[in-house]
Design a protein around this ligand. Structure first.
Ligand SMILES: NC(=O)c1ccc[n+]([C@@H]2O[C@H](COP(=O)([O-])OP(=O)(O)OC[C@H]3O[C@@H](n4cnc5c(N)ncnc54)[C@H](OP(=O)(O)O)[C@@H]3O)[C@@H](O)[C@H]2O)c1
Length: 312
């Protein structure tokens, strides 16, 4: 059982904690917050044994195997580096970093300290996408040609220059663009050969509000990715997989449980799970149990490929 401490008790932390609670090989060991009061209030909702208010205390606890960072993007690099340098394994919410140099440095530190490191890209571990991929491999829509995925909602009325999403280190591509990127990568199941990126800012904000990419993969599959904080898409977005003998439509592909196959004999592909975070957590925990420093499914190279889709 891998003991995990959830760090940063913001918006996503409770869903991550629940994902850990449903995992078969991981245990919600503790939470770490800058505020004891906040941690105690959080604990009322999700019972947890240990509360930490300093990372040094987390490092000093020999029973802690892994820190899961749910902190703002612009804190990730230094927090992850510090944890790895203190001998702890790390899962870090997306985007872990925006720089290829920092990404390489962090994976090297993980390896030299015999720690595990993984960016928390839950879409890469989606049980539904796994099952869809299996069906594609079994020929359900013939050879696949193109994958189109989107994730968009209008944030303009909520944009706040003092909030980290809208400051340097934020932006739509790293925030929600990574869901369609990972979805397309997962289904294309090949390395990208060429990537064209389009980004557009909005008003005075120093970050992208519109992100589009067109990717050609080494196996000939192409992908189009749409993400913006401008447009309220139905259910925020969806994925379409176009094959020679049909199309697969997946609403909410980043967390969904059902896909619709449109071919000569229409059918559905369905899965069931309790939390959309559990699959990535179980995967990371099993890598830690095996003493791996990186995930075979989300290695340094794969994480770099994902970053390449939105960072030039
Ligand atoms: N995978 C997903 O589905 C998903 C969904 C949403 C967000 N995310 C990612 O999760 C991360 C957090 O997002 P969020 O929406 O939860 O953010 P948030 O609501 O702003 O919360 C972040 C938390 O981090 C802590 N924090 C803030 N500033 C810090 C600093 N300077 N140093 C250390 N800790 C700090 C705070 O917790 P304390 O006060 O307790 O210290 C804060 O509540 C982001 O990287 C985001 O992209 C992932």
């Amino acid at each position: 059982m891998i003991n995990i401490v959830v760090c940063g008790l913001g918006g996503i932390s409770k869903r991550v904690a629940q994902g850990i609670q449903f995992a078969e090989n991981a245990h919600l060991y503790g939470i770490c917050s800058r505020s004891l009061e906040k941690a105690k209030a959080w604990q009322q909702e999700i019972p947890v044994e240990h509360i930490f208010t300093s990372y040094q205390d987390v490092y000093a606890d020999a029973d802690v195997d892994c820190l899961y960072f749910c902190t703002p993007n612009n804190t990730h690099y230094s927090l992850v580096k510090d944890a790895l340098c203190n001998g702890k394994s790390v899962m870090c919410e997306k985007p872990m970093v925006y720089s290829f140099k920092q990404l390489e440095e962090l994976f090297k530190i993980a390896e030299s300290n015999h720690c595990f490191l993984m960016e928390a890209q839950k879409t890469m571990f989606s049980p539904l996408l796994e099952k869809v991929l299996e069906a594609i491999e079994n020929g359900i829509i013939g050879k696949i040609k193109h994958v189109d995925a989107s994730y968009c909602f209008d944030m303009r009325a909520y944009a706040d220059p003092d909030q980290w999403h809208f400051q340097k280190g934020g932006g739509v591509a790293g925030d929600i663009g990574v869901y369609p990127i990972c979805g397309v990568y997962k289904i294309a199941n090949s390395a990208p050969a060429s990537i064209q990126i389009f980004k557009k800012n909005y008003q005075e904000y120093p970050v992208d509000f519109v992100y589009e990419a067109y990717i050609t993969f080494e196996n000939g599959v192409t992908g189009s990715i749409h993400s913006n904080w401008i447009e309220n898409k139905i259910d925020k977005g969806s994925m379409f997989i176009f094959g020679e003998q049909g199309t697969i439509e997946i609403p909410a592909f980043w967390k969904g449980k059902i896909a619709y196959v449109h071919n000569a004999r229409p059918e559905t592909i369905e899965v069931s799970f309790d939390s959309d975070f559990t699959a990535e957590i179980e995967h990371a925990a099993s890598c830690i149990e095996k003493g791996l420093c990186a995930s075979p499914m989300l290695s340094f190279e794969k994480t770099k490929e994902i970053l390449s889709a939105y960072q030039e």
